[in-house]
Design a binder for this molecule. Structure first.
Ligand code: URA
Length: 242
């Protein structure tokens, strides 16, 4: 069972692996003192503003000291759909907002093609600070940061999470499966052992789509989001993702 003690142990093990393979250790913290963002058990005491405040001063991994701005995520606090990406890039780091660069523009197109606006949904990432040179987030960073996301999801209680790409899909579903296998199949995400499942649709990350801009890939993403609209009983616009 994944309780606090186990999460700390796993985070410590991953930090050790990061230190071994990538020469990284959490700034100013020994392996023993590595801590993770405490999941807020009493939801009545938690709020999106409180989480944002904690992220602003977070130093649970080295990214906190390297970022220009934290990127907690933004949008409708009562959203039916939450989009979860990987980590902020340079544009997001500059503005403190999720998905505002090239990939963000494509995400806006996808949201609009669904007949929605960005303001209708909530958009965030598993990692709240930019990894330098847009490198992949490290396991210890993911473990340290995801409790913020779990708390955000527990508060927003969306009907569907759309996981954009391999990192969010694998992190939230606790699987090692490839995104090509996961995408397009509606899954169940659990905030904790006692919570009811939230539907989760894995699909390709907009940055992947930009790099692999084929008709087939665009169709795949369009099919994935259509399934979400269908599940929610929302109208499916004729328009496709361009
Ligand atoms: N890619 C992401 O995964 N998230 C962002 O916010 C921007 C680009």
């Amino acid at each position: 069972m994944l309780n606090q003690k186990n999460i700390r142990k796993i985070a410590g093990q991953y930090a050790e692996m990061d230190a071994f393979f990538a020469g990284f250790s959490p700034r100013g913290k020994s392996r023993q003192s590595l801590c993770i963002a405490e999941p807020q058990t009493d939801l009545s005491q938690d709020s999106l503003e409180k989480i944002t405040g904690e992220i602003e001063t977070c130093r649970l991994c080295e990214l906190g000291a390297l970022r220009k701005n934290p990127v907690p995520g933004q949008g409708n606090p009562n959203a039916q759909i939450v989009f979860v990406g990987e980590a902020p890039g340079a544009d997001e780091d500059e503005q403190g907002l999720a998905f505002v660069g090239r990939a963000g523009k494509l995400l806006t197109d996808i949201i609009n093609a669904m007949g929605l606006k960005r303001e209708n949904v909530f958009i965030c990432n598993i990692i709240k600070c930019r990894p330098p040179d847009n490198r992949d987030p490290r396991p210890a960073e993911i473990i340290a940061c995801t409790p913020y996301l779990h708390r955000q999801l527990a508060l927003i209680k969306p009907d569907v999470i759309i996981a954009l790409g391999a990192h969010p899909a694998r992190t939230l579903l606790k699987t090692e499966q490839a995104i090509g296998k996961l995408r397009g199949i509606m899954q169940d995400y659990y905030i904790d052992d006692n919570s009811a499942p939230i539907k989760l649709m894995p699909t390709y990350h907009p940055a992947y789509l930009l790099r692999n801009y084929s008709y087939e890939n665009r169709q795949r993403v369009w099919q994935d989001v259509q399934k979400v609209l269908e599940y929610l009983g929302l109208p499916i616009p004729k328009k496709k993702i361009n």
